[in-house]
Design a protein around this ligand. Structure first.
Ligand code: CU
Length: 97
């Protein structure tokens, strides 16, 4: 379940994706364009959140205990992975506002 923390622009929200147990939680997150997503790494190893196309977004290494945030652009279903552990897969489902 994603947490909604409120927004910095009208209508925009902030969502948390927890990385824990070698999984992105939630594995599918519905957001709107312009929303902020924060990936929080609660594992003891680094991870990344990298769009499967390698271009839409790429966190680089997120250290244990660290986080990375990104304002969502684009549209539609955007699969992403951890490049360090390719079995870690999840999806941002991006809707138009
Ligand atoms: Cu990983």
């Amino acid at each position: 379940m994603a947490a909604v923390l409120g927004g910095t622009e009208v209508g925009a929200a902030t969502y948390i994706v927890t990385i824990e147990g070698m999984e992105f939680r939630p594995s599918t997150l519905m957001v709107h364009r312009g929303d902020r997503v924060v990936w929080v790494n609660q594992d003891i190893v680094p991870h990344t959140a990298t769009s499967a196309d390698g271009r839409t977004f790429d966190s680089g290494h997120i250290a244990p205990g660290a986080s990375w945030e990104h304002v969502v652009q684009g549209d539609g279903s955007v699969p992403y992975v951890c490049t360090l552990h390719p079995t870690m897969q999840a999806v941002l489902d991006i809707r138009k506002r």
